[in-house]
Design a protein around this ligand. Structure first.
Ligand code: ADP
Ligand code: ZN
Length: 597
């Protein structure tokens, strides 16, 4: 039996195992069952791919992501692995050919969609094959708790019943307590060893800016170092997606829309372009993303708040799968809080469900409004210990000031009360500032006791106060945007509850780009970097595969840093196994040599 480390090096071109990979691989190679929870980009694939190559017989990989199978298999083939996929996109003769190869033992690995596994015909075929391993990817799809539930996954327990001697490894990036329990139970993995890695994605920088003019802010964010890089922009509605994509194009970015209302052919084409080309911005609703494992997404931007912290973690997690620095950026403002609070108020599901929704919303708002390290808040939400502040989020990099807003909150709440609990923010601020506008006077609000008591703060500061007390649940908002008091307002008004607020940073200064460099390499190395990318692009186009199937950015970056001078030195770089060295080593070496200083 080949050694796992040997395979890691010669086939995949990596030097050493990462984190828990080694333990998992050894456990599975020896025939143990495993449940693996690892964050996106943690390196789950190798946890089953290496056992598949070490163990005798065929490995069956169950994956719900038909659209991705082709790329996954292509990546393996490039590394010299005998892999194939079986799904409905293949013609019948093509399917028969792969079934034949499964039977004759010509394949190491076959990717299949879950619905196929429970078909009697396929079960019979598997009975006649020599099987070495079952890998169940995206295992959370078996759970009704998650939003990716796939009924076909429920059938997968049959694997254990029909093939009790074949080890199984189930993998997922998203599994809270209940989901994990569900996976164990439904896939009959009670005996499996569980490998749970942390949720942290240290290479992702988290930033939230106060929303002012979101498109302008997005544009200057992209220009601050992400021009020409792949990114995803999430918006709440289809209309906003269309509008944002169009505006980005007007400003000279290559942006594509993606939402469920688009013609399926266009949607597919946009997704394919995003995966296959470099430097595109995908503007999308949450319909986009499941299984997008493009490794070089450099930023994920939210122009509307996500639905929950889970959703945020999952959506931002699509950035930086290759481990290189990536940015999760969000513009968040008063409108987002109002929308979320209104949605919750309109929610008429059962009380228990509402309670859960409320807790989720509060957690999200707490994250957005925090003056603490964002990563600590995010990780503690997923049940991970505090640890040190991360040093790679906006609040760590530019500590946000906190101030005692108790008095301001009292003024705001009593102003709501004195003006009849039906006015919105604009009107209340006018009253607080003592402005004798027509509406204020017509309503007689220039006579109320709170008229002009808020002159110590500016209009912008009052907006920040209102946003935060609404976020903290200290007042309520109706469907027209009018504010009213709630139970939680009382202790604030009575001075029994202290209200700490965050001082919003001033609007981010618009930084002009410095020559539009992508920021991955120094200006000096830029020509070599671009030449290497072009070489990769050409090779990829010739084979009609995405560039990252040839080499990841991290490997190209290694070439820039280490400047290998011959194939041996090239082979030492991360991500270059024997097969890729033979196929592409010389091409890239030529580029390197022609850029020698
Ligand atoms: P996941 O499926 O967990 O999101 P992948 O399996 O796609 O993650 O791996 C993420 C990235 O990490 C890939 O670019 C992969 O090549 C890289 N990687 C995985 N394991 C190693 C390792 N041991 N050494 C170096 N790079 C690795
Ligand atoms: Zn931090």
């Amino acid at each position: 039996m080949p050694e796992p480390l040997q395979i890691l090096r010669s086939v995949f071109g990596h030097d050493k195992f990462r984190g828990p990979q080694e333990e998992i691989v050894h456990h599975v190679v020896q025939g143990g069952d495993a449940l693996v929870l690892m964050p996106t980009g943690g390196g789950k694939s190798l946890c089953y791919q290496i056992p598949a190559l070490c163990r005798e017989g065929l490995a069956i990989v169950v994956s719900p992501l038909i659209a991705l199978m082709r790329d996954q298999v292509e990546t393996l083939r490039q590394a010299g692995v005998k892999a194939a996929f079986l799904n409905s996109t293949l013609s019948l003769p093509e399917q028969r050919e792969i079934e034949r190869a499964m039977f004759t033992g010509e394949l190491d690995m076959v990717y299949v969609a879950p619905e196929r596994l429970s078909q009697p015909r396929f079960l019979d075929l598997m009975e006649r094959c020599r099987l070495g391993l079952f890998a169940i990817d995206e295992a959370h799809c078996v759970s009704q708790w998650g939003h990716d539930f796939r009924p076909d996954y429920l059938q997968l327990s049959i694997l254990h019943e029909r093939f009790p001697d074949v080890p199984r490894i189930a993998l997922t990036a998203t599994a809270d307590g209940p989901t994990r329990k569900d996976i164990v139970q439904r896939l009959q993995l009670e005996e499996a060893r569980q490998f749970v890695s942390g949720f942290d994605r240290p290479n992702i920088r988290y930033t939230i800016v106060p929303k002012r003019s979101p498109l302008e802010q997005l544009t200057s964010f992209i220009r601050s170092g992400f021009a020409g890089q792949s990114g995803i922009v999430y918006r709440m509605s289809r209309a906003k997606v269309e509008e944002t994509a169009a505006k980005l194009c007007e400003r000279g970015f290559e942006a594509l829309p993606y939402h469920a209302g688009l013609d399926p052919a266009i949607r597919q084409r946009n997704q394919d372009r995003f995966l296959n080309e470099e430097g595109l911005v995908m503007v999308a609703t949450v319909a986009f993303g499941m299984g997008i494992d493009k490794p070089d997404v450099r930023f994920v931007a939210h122009l509307d708040a996500p639905r929950s912290l889970e959703a945020y973690y999952q959506e931002t997690g699509r950035a930086g799968r290759d481990g290189l620095p990536a940015h999760a950026w969000m513009a968040y403002g008063f409108g987002d809080v109002v929308a979320m609070r209104q949605m919750l108020a309109a929610n008429d599901s059962d009380p228990q469900r509402r309670q859960i929704e409320r807790a989720k919303l509060d957690a999200l708002l707490r994250y957005c409004e925090t003056t603490q390290c964002r990563r600590q808040i995010l990780l503690s939400y997923f049940g991970e210990g505090k640890g040190e502040p991360c040093g790679n989020c906006d609040t760590c990099l530019n500590p946000a000031l906190e101030w005692d807003g108790s008095l301001a909150a009292q003024k705001a709440l009593s102003c709501i009360y004195r003006t009849g609990q039906r006015h919105g923010m604009g009107h209340l601020i006018e009253v607080l500032l003592g402005l004798e506008t027509e509406k204020v006077c017509l309503n007689g609000h220039d006579k109320v006791s709170t008229f002009g008591i808020g002159k110590d703060l500016t209009s912008k500061e009052w907006q920040s106060v209102f946003r935060q007390i609404l976020a903290q649940g200290l007042m309520g908002v109706d469907e027209h945007g009018g504010f009213h008091l709630v139970e939680e307002s009382r202790p604030v008004l009575k001075g029994e509850r202290k209200v700490m607020l965050r001082k919003d940073p001033e609007a981010a200064r618009t930084r002009r780009p410095k020559g539009g460099t992508p920021g991955m390499v120094s200006a000096e190395d830029e020509p070599l970097w671009e030449a290497l990318r072009k070489c990769r692009r050409d090779l990829a186009q010739r084979q009609k595969v995405p560039p990252y199937v040839i080499f990841h950015d991290s490997t190209l970056l290694d070439m820039v840093i280490h400047r290998p001078a011959d194939l041996d030195e090239m082979a030492a770089l991360d991500g270059i196994g024997a097969s890729k060295l033979e196929r592409y080593g010389q091409d890239f070496l030529d580029v390197l040599l022609s850029h020698r200083k």
